[in-house]
Unconditional design. Structure first.
Length: 173
């Protein structure tokens, strides 16, 4: 069973060409950062949130201009911690289709090379280049779509957590 799955993956990468390995690397890196954010949200964020609320509640005065600035700074620190690596995730999402396009171009170059040697009378000879043109495009788009879904969930969580923190840091005394 494992060897059968390995054979399928090997055939897929063989048909997709070398660019597919770069796309795979980008997707693995993308999901590493996504899982890092999820791990942070589940394990570290609550302690930062508790420390921030404790620091705000320990203030003897919460109504002055200075208190408003301290509150703004506390919220900004938490938001920065929450949004860490989101720009990297967005960049990797944007790279996926670009590398897919690179695969399309290299596959079409292979098709044109075959046509230059053999001519356009042999579709079987051009099939390898066409698969090397389409498979990386598909892989890049699939990687980008999963990343777009994940980053939108992360950004929604960051906005929700920021709003909840702002609600917890009240100005009354």
């Amino acid at each position: 069973m494992f060897m059968d799955a390995y054979d399928q993956v090997y055939l897929f990468t063989e048909r997709g060409g070398d660019v597919l390995f770069a796309i795979l690397g980008i997707i693995l890196l993308l999901w590493f950062f996504i899982f890092e954010r999820v791990a942070y949200f589940n394990f570290s964020h609550k302690s930062l949130l508790n420390r921030t609320v404790k620091e705000w509640n320990a203030r003897p005065e919460r109504t002055s201009w200075q208190a408003h600035q301290v509150r703004y700074d506390l919220v900004a620190q938490v938001e920065m911690a929450l949004a860490s690596n989101t720009r990297t995730i967005q960049m990797l999402v944007k790279l996926c289709p670009l590398f897919g396009l690179l695969g399309t171009i290299t596959g079409m170059i292979e098709v044109f090379d075959v046509m230059a040697y053999i001519g356009s009378a042999s579709p079987r000879a051009m099939a390898s280049g066409i698969s090397k043109a389409t498979i990386p495009t598909m892989a890049g788009m699939v990687g980008a779509l999963t990343g777009v879904f994940a980053i939108s969930m992360i950004q929604r969580y960051v906005r929700r957590q920021k709003a909840q923190l702002e609600d917890q840091l009240t100005f009354d005394h």
